[in-house]
Design a protein around this ligand. Structure first.
Ligand code: ADP
Length: 485
């Protein structure tokens, strides 16, 4: 991998704690592997609670000076950081593909997306407005100011090794917080590369640390028990989110949670079918189905069901599975064998209950964790895939008759992150977008992520929003000041 990089120094293999590149106190390390080839890229330090506590202490110290700077001064550093990310987009993309598996073009897309949070929130640093409220008595003057919450602990997954971190540290650092990132053990290298560039951009020493560690629950406990941490931000499964919320309760810690989804994707009779197929391909097969906003249940109205299934299968057969570093590959490997087994379990459960394979359905000839992009028809409510996120390249097709029926089915889940539908009748569009119990609704589009909009879920998909001016609020506390004159 180092040989592929224009700037090999971006491939950092030590952890970044309190502004220093360090090894673990006990010298332990773990391996980072390339899921497309199965080979070891490098090892990184396996840090524990002691190093995490040092990162938190340094962040607490650095944060005070950082928060005292003007918004414009913070914005200037973040602008530099953004520009360095874009200038090194190719290398950052190659590192990301190597550790995570998504095709290089998609990885470079993620770098641009990730960088956009640093750019956008850096600009917002200048606009942290307060409020004045007319006093309740003649001698009273009321103002509300917004202040950074303090030190933030962050835990992120492997599916977006860059952007999941920047959409948290972007607003946190913009408002004047300190930030300790614990990236997934599968993908620490993108996080470390981000730290290399943050250091070059001039982030103050200790403000931003990266804890590489396999000891996820230890790091989670340190974040929740250390009094200097005032906010926990997490992206991952609902199951782990619940554990962290319980732990955070002891310190009454503010939490942002981006948890699992079970996205419905609905195609009505009046939809533009080609557009719906294109949207379904992006929503379902981007990142090989490994995103929390991927379509998990595709509901197609009876009148267009067969036509849609045929067009979707034709598009799926054109996907080119392979090593993401090779030209022309559209679909990489899955992250690990566990992910492959989950897809297989969902397929065999569906087939056992009467569903049929339209295309794919098996492990790919390339071996390893490669899997054939799959479409399954005649899926029904009692199948596993209806209730659980597959997180893989499986598109299950459900047939429905009426609008009311499909809204009820779409909402029949504990999750409420992203949803999508394709239709043209304006009355229907209005009714359905209002009826879906989701934090995000894509209407006639399969792609909804952008730094300018509030991303987040309702129900058990999470708490808080990332992106947009609402994303700033999650890192700010308001202070009400009552002045008697
Ligand atoms: P995923 O399926 O994306 O790996 P998880 O919720 O299992 O979803 O993991 C998301 C992140 O949370 C990962 O970085 C993982 O290491 C971390 N994690 C898992 N369990 C815990 C825990 N008990 N405490 C803190 N972090 C955890």
């Amino acid at each position: 991998l180092r040989a592929l990089l224009k700037d090999p120094s971006l491939l950092a293999t030590q952890a970044y704690v309190a502004g220093e590149w360090i090894d673990a106190d006990d010298g332990s390390t773990f391996e980072v592997t390339n899921p497309a080839r199965g080979d070891v890229i490098c090892t990184v330090p396996n840090l524990g609670r002691a190093e995490t506590a040092r990162a938190i202490a340094a962040a607490e110290k650095a944060q005070k000076e950082w928060a005292a700077r003007t918004g414009k001064e913070r914005a200037a550093v973040m602008r530099k950081w953004f520009e360095l990310m874009m200038a090194n987009q190719d290398d950052l993309g190659a590192i990301l593909t190597a550790e995570m598996g998504k095709p290089l073009a998609e990885a470079k897309g993620e770098i641009a997306y990730g960088a956009s949070f640093i750019e956008w929130f850096g600009e917002e640093a200048k606009r942290i407005y307060g409020e004045t409220i007319p006093g309740h008595q003649r001698d009273k003057r009321i103002t509300v100011i917004k202040q950074p919450i303090g030190v933030v602990g962050s835990i992120t997954p492997w599916n977006f090794p860059n952007a999941m971190i920047t959409r948290k540290c972007g607003p946190a650092i913009a408002v004047g917080c300190g930030f300790v990132a614990r990236p997934a053990a599968e993908t620490p290298l993108s996080a470390l590369a981000l730290a290399v560039l943050g250091e070059r951009a001039g982030l103050p020493k200790g403000l931003f640390s990266v804890i590489t560690s396999k000891r996820a629950s230890d790091i989670g406990k340190e974040f929740c028990e250390n009094h200097a941490v005032r906010k926990l931000t997490f992206t991952g499964s609902t199951e782990v989110g619940r554990i962290l919320l319980r732990q955070a309760a002891d310190q009454v810690m503010k939490c942002s949670m981006e948890l699992g989804g079970n996205a419905p994707f609905i195609v009505f009779d009046d939809a533009d079918l080609d557009a719906a197929v294109e949207g379904a391909m992006m929503s379902k097969f981007r990142n090989n189905g490994q995103t929390c906003v991927c379509a998990n249940r595709i509901y197609v109205q009876a009148g267009v069901y067969d036509a849609f299934a045929e067009k979707l299968a034709a598009a799926v057969r054109k996907l080119n599975v392979g090593d993401g570093l090779k030209d022309g590959v559209t679909t990489g490997p899955l992250i690990n064998m566990g992910a492959v087994e989950k897809v297989e379990e969902h397929i065999s459960d569906a087939l056992g209950k009467g569903a049929q394979i339209v295309t794919g359905g098996k492990r790919h000839d390339l071996g390893g964790t490669f899997f054939q992009p799959t479409v399954v028809a005649n899926v029904t409510d009692e199948m596993l895939v209806t209730n659980e996120e597959t997180f893989g390249p499986l598109a299950p097709l459900f047939k429905f008759e009426t609008e009311d029926e499909v809204i009820a089915k779409a909402n029949a889940t504990i999750f409420g992150l992203a949803s999508y539908f394709y239709a043209r009748d304006i009355g229907r569009i209005t009714r359905v977008q209002e009826g879906l119990e989701y934090g995000i609704v894509g209407v006639n589009t399969g792609i909804i992520s952008t730094e300018v909009a509030p991303f987040g879920g309702v129900k058990q998909s999470g708490l808080g929003r990332e992106g947009s001016h609402h994303g700033m609020e999650d890192y700010l506390e308001m202070k009400y000041i009552c002045l008697s004159i």
